[in-house]
Design a protein around this ligand. Structure first.
Ligand SMILES: C[S@@+](CC[C@H](N)C(=O)[O-])C[C@H]1O[C@@H](n2cnc3c(N)ncnc32)[C@H](O)[C@@H]1O
Ligand code: SF4
Length: 418
């Protein structure tokens, strides 16, 4: 799940984001996210920025890759104009959505080529696409591999037909192992996303899904607690009493079961919702977000973070397309699809680092916590006593969550922030 929250507040199309001091980026790597905002149908639980064919208001799925290439030109022009030159090669690229695999593989290849020709790719760059199990084949995946993709992440969610039905997933469960096998055959690193806590899902059903995921031996597994997003069909069904609300205690049991089964099968947690078979198969792209590196998010609604600034693009593909269409070509300072931005000052930057890095297994240094919280010593001692952070790691200067701490990660982070 590599996209970030999407918002249309401060919607001022036409103002190029101002990145601020380039020296802040000197020690950061550069990454690219490409948001492909198309799905065949919308799943009942999902509030990602995605559109079915009838919601596109004239935006063209077929023309998407060439519109996105314009934003790549815009990014190059703006980064150079604002002193972020020479351009840094992309250390990772992530195509997320929506459903990137709704597009022909040749369109994904075209966008990746645009990024590689413009920025270059670091020598061991990770290049991932999210995939719906229903729209990939061996041919599709080998075309992606030939184009430079290195990794594929399947939206599996569950192996249990009743749970998939509650989630309104339309994919055929048997297409997940077939797709994963094909990914292995063509040499792509691979991952599956699971969701736990669908209304009515039992612990036994969740166990079946975990066992089915483990049996396929993917390189990486993400397990997300279902979020009931306001405005979704699922939220309305729960509000009307048609479906029960997810139970918090059962969710905790499901997280513990996930960690138990995944650890026993050789997967190690490296972020609260992510487990990997080895260090080399962790998601480099997501780690870049959690470590506050620089990234440009291309596409409708995508968020970016460069230098001192975060900004986000217009959400609707038609608005996004209009902002980038201009017969005069890309003009620095114009043609921007950005809809709003915010400057991140140094204290906000530290707070955000704590929020993100505390959730990864490398943890965050106690020195950073002390810089943000004058009661850090007392808080840390209490968290160790409550078995929420690891005592031996703290003695070595790092705050690392225990299993109980991962279950209460938001509470621990609030305490650390003071
Ligand atoms: C963009 S989707 C993945 C690709 C593709 N669209 C699919 O669903 O097969 C990214 C992931 O976000 C997760 N996700 C989406 N909505 C969620 C929600 N409300 N709660 C928890 N996880 C969610 C799902 O696990 C999903 O696989
Ligand atoms: S297919 Fe993926 S992005 Fe599309 S609605 Fe479902 S979960 Fe959301």
């Amino acid at each position: 799940m590599a996209s970030l929250p999407i918002s249309d507040s401060n919607f001022v199309l036409g103002q190029a984001p101002v990145f601020g001091d380039p020296s802040l980026s000197t020690n950061r790597t550069f990454h690219a996210y490409v948001h492909v905002p198309f799905c065949r149908v919308r799943c009942g639980y999902c509030d990602f920025n995605t559109y079915t064919a009838s919601e596109l208001r004239g935006a063209s799925q077929a023309g998407f890759a060439s519109v996105l290439r314009r934003e790549i030109d815009f990014a190059k022009a703006e980064l150079q104009r604002q002193g972020f030159a020479p351009l840094r090669p992309a250390s990772s690229v992530f195509f997320g959505g929506g459903t990137p695999t709704q597009l022909p593989a040749s369109d994904l290849a075209l966008m990746l080529k645009g990024l590689a020709d413009t920025f270059g790719l670091a020598s061991n760059a990770e290049v991932t696409t999210e995939a719906n199990p229903d729209n990939v084949s061996l041919e599709y995946l080998s075309e992606l591999c030939a184009a430079g993709f290195t990794r594929v992440s399947f939206g599996m969610q569950s192996a249990v037909p009743e749970v998939l039905a509650t989630l309104e997933r339309t994919h055929q469960p048997e297409n997940v192992p077939t797709g994963l096998q094909a990914a292995k055959q063509v040499g792509l690193q691979n991952s599956v996303d699971l969701i736990y806590g669908a209304p009515g899902e039992t612990l036994q059903q969740w166990r079946s899904s975990l066992e089915a995921a483990i049996a396929m031996q993917p390189d990486h597994i993400s397990a997300y607690s279902l979020i009931v997003e306001p405005g979704t069909k699922l939220a309305r069904q729960i509000a009307k009493g048609e479906l029960p609300e997810p139970d918090e205690d059962l969710q905790a049991d499901k997280y513990e079961l996930a960690d138990e089964l995944l650890s026993a099968a050789g997967y190690q947690w490296y972020e609260v919702s992510n487990w990997s078979r080895s260090e080399s198969t962790r998601s480099a792209h997501n780690l870049a977000y959690w470590r506050s590196q620089d990234w440009w998010g291309f596409g409708p609604g995508a968020h970016s973070h460069v230098g001192e600034t975060r900004w986000w693009n217009a959400k609707h593909p038609a608005t996004y397309q209009k902002a980038l269409e201009n017969d005069q070509g890309i003009q620095p300072g114009s043609n921007t699809p950005a809809a709003g931005s915010e400057r991140i000052d140094s204290s906000t930057r530290l707070t955000e680092r704590l929020l993100l890095e505390a959730r990864i297994s490398d943890g965050i240094s106690i020195v950073d916590v002390k810089n943000s919280n004058s009661h850090a010593n007392r808080v840390i001692s209490q968290l160790i006593a409550d078995k929420l952070i690891d005592g031996p790691a703290a003695l070595k200067g790092q705050i690392v969550l225990t299993l109980q701490g991962r279950l209460l990660a938001d509470y621990v982070v609030r305490e650390l922030l003071g």
